[in-house]
Ligand binder design. Structure first.
Ligand SMILES: [Zn+2]
Length: 179
């Protein structure tokens, strides 16, 4: 496996591990277990008392504990009381951001990025390198989207560079991989 694919796969694995760890045990009724293959769905809300909360939704079909016969919600993940320190900024924007990047979304993105890596797996292709005396050679390229002459440096393809874009701040990212 080439360095780019290996490194990207490692970053995606970490995303999955963190998403699953953040889901673990948060759904009432399944203590300590992974709540759902697709991950928990979170929602941020402000209560009638101006309290900000980040909640785990109990999705339809998930087991509910006996004392929760109805209602929508599982466990409060994060909470800011109405009479908190007035120097604190309201938490709702941060909570809404977290809810939009909840484990369920991260796990969907993990699956989509793994499919992208499969579709754009590089291989040695006939192309040209920098050796002017023997320009025809085999160069690493993406057969899915590099259909013309492949040159050194063409890999990663644009699709994979756009996946790299999400991870440019992670250790090990090389400048030549960036979009
Ligand atoms: Zn490609």
């Amino acid at each position: 496996m080439d360095d780019t694919t290996q490194w990207l796969g490692d970053q995606i694995d970490v995303d999955e591990q963190i998403a699953r760890a953040s889901s673990g045990g948060t759904v009432v009724g399944e203590p300590g277990k992974q709540p759902a293959p697709g991950g928990d769905e979170w929602e941020a809300c402000r209560t009638d008392c101006d309290e900000d909360e980040l909640l785990v939704a109990l999705r339809p079909g998930l087991p509910r504990p006996p004392d929760v016969m109805s209602g929508k919600w599982g466990q409060v993940i994060c909470y800011r009381p109405e009479f908190g320190d007035p120097r604190d900024e309201p938490l709702l924007p941060q909570l809404e951001h977290a809810a939009r990047h909840d484990p369920a979304r991260v796990l969907r993105e993990v699956a989509a990025n793994r499919r992208r890596l499969e579709r754009h797996a590089p291989q040695m292709m006939v192309g040209y390198d920098s050796d002017e005396d023997d320009p025809s050679t085999y160069v690493l390229g993406c057969p899915a989207c590099q259909t013309t002459v492949v040159r050194e440096g063409d890999w990663p393809c644009e699709e994979i560079r756009d996946v790299v874009a999400s991870y440019v701040d992670r250790p090990g990212c090389r400048d030549e991989w960036k979009p």
